[in-house]
Design a protein around this ligand. Sequence first.
Ligand code: SF4
Length: 322
Amino acid sequence: MSRARKPDWLKSRPPSGQEFAGIRETLREHDLHTVCEEANCPNLGECWSGRSGPDGSDGRGGTATFMLMGDRCSRACNFCDVQTGGMGALDPDEPENVADAVAEIGLDYVVLTSVDRDDLPDQGAGHFAETIREIKARHPGILVEVLIPDFQGEPKLVRKIIDAEPDVIAHNVETVERLQFPVRDRRAGYEQSLSVLEQVERESDIYTKTSIMLGHGEYDHEVYQTLADLRERGVDIVTLGQYLRPSRDHLEVRRYDHPDKYETWRRVAEEELGFLYCASGPMVRSSYKAGELFVDAVLREGKSVAAARADARRTEPRQTES
Ligand code: SF4
């Protein structure tokens, strides 16, 4: 299959402004990592600068997704720009440092993720849970979304996260079943990821969320099947975004789907399959603001799903046709 040419609609805004500088300074002060930086997220400029939506309309300050347990992962997924191997010891001050940074940045919705730590006895589940608890204790009323590893599908480790009572538990299935490897590390798996999400659904009222990258050569019927399998496991929120190649050492992009195609998937996900919310667009990433606004509107403002969707939709990136 020939290499796909990058289309014009994939534009990202360069980082700039006081908000951006302020967040970067706070992160350095507290020796914290973000997936925004480590995975070279194209939306960093927008998120950190506090601008979102076509005219920066939501008025929310800058945000960042904290990456716990260091900047080196025990796995090597072929789409991911995070460094592999050479993991260090966990920083016992990290839960407190994150809670401090949350206060300094002034976040009312915080997203936490982490590298995978297959090298640790509990794969870092205890440390992750402690960070959630520290934030919740220090910032009553804050909403906490966590994007967790699969913990090798270990129910007792997933349970540690559930017991810390975040508001949203996300775990990314990343791609369709046929392409799990080579897209993801061999220790990841389709059924394993679905079982993590299903356990959260079964054992709690916490919202579940997942993300699918398009552009690895998946067929439409496979994307549909993945969405249907996720709904069957009770998953509430799904995001779909375009895979972008971080470097020549990573998988090639097989196809760039047009924004209209993403809109079709959004309608299928919400109107046909019944996801509470779907953010779908080339620049959409799993911890992109739109999903946050939906959850915020439902949980904090008690809005209906329809009203919350409308709120969130206003902040989604608009793909400008050149
Ligand atoms: S598990 Fe895979 S996707 Fe996640 S940080 Fe590690 S290499 Fe990246």
